[in-house]
Design a protein around this ligand. Structure first.
Ligand code: UDP
Ligand code: MG
Length: 205
């Protein structure tokens, strides 16, 4: 029997991960899961779902700060490449841009089924983000999932009025992880009481 997160101490965390519609449609489910598994992180829940628009809307934050940050991610790229945001997407207001991106994002996640999972392990939240790579594939390091499987950029996506297709979602911090795990999984769908064979060698489990 594996030990649960509480018995393992403060470094052990759970992260919510979702293979987004483009990842599912491109046949990258196994690739994504195997990268977490190989690093020593453990899958403790997993399912394919076609979430409702309402469910997707409740998955993402709605506060102004988060929405402004969503706008900024594109604006930073436009600044770097000398692109006028007003010409590209009709606004130079970060919050207005963020609201537009949020709407495209909800539509994107509704395009095809997604694969939702909970990944557990040492510093799981940061480790999963590291393996996923940074939000914008054009900026993501080679060797990360987003860096290896896409080149998408807001300079293309915002012009086409669509979200950045970046293969997967991963919780950014403990608060997000807690909200997302409770939003997508019931207690009965989480299976943490099995042992990974190699964890005896890796971690004295
Ligand atoms: N996104 C987008 N355009 C942007 C910034 C983000 O379409 O300019 C999408 C992208 O799919 C991203 C999601 O919005 O994964 C949520 O954004 P967040 O900043 O939370 O990035 P993440 O946590 O997914 O790296
Ligand atoms: Mg995020």
């Amino acid at each position: 029997m594996g030990k649960n997160v509480k018995q393992k101490g403060p470094a052990y965390e759970r992260s919510f991960v979702m293979v987004k519609p483009d990842g599912v449609q491109r046949g990258l489910i196994g690739e994504v899961v195997s990268r977490f598994e190989k690093r020593g992180l453990k899958v403790v829940a997993m399912k394919m779902v076609k979430p409702s628009l309402e469910h997707i809307d409740e998955h993402y934050p709605k506060d102004e700060e988060w929405i402004g940050r969503l706008g900024d991610k594109g604006f930073n790229v436009f600044k770097e490449y000398g692109i006028d945001p007003k010409k590209l997407m009709g606004t130079d207001d970060r919050k207005e841009a963020g609201e537009m991106v949020r709407g495209w994002l909800v539509d994107y996640l509704n395009e095809a089924p997604v694969v939702a999972m909970i990944i557990e392990g040492i510093h799981a939240i940061d480790m999963v983000r590291k393996i996923a790579g940074t939000t914008l594939p054009s900026k993501a390091e080679i060797g990360t999932i987003r860096g290896d499987f896409s080149v998408d950029s807001p300079a293309a996506a915002n012009l086409e009025k669509r979200a950045i297709k970046n293969i997967l979602h991963a919780s950014e911090n403990k608060e997000e992880a807690e909200h997302e795990i409770a939003h997508w999984f019931s207690r009965e769908e989480i299976f943490d009481d099995y042992a990974r064979a190699e964890h005896g060698v890796m971690f004295n489990e």
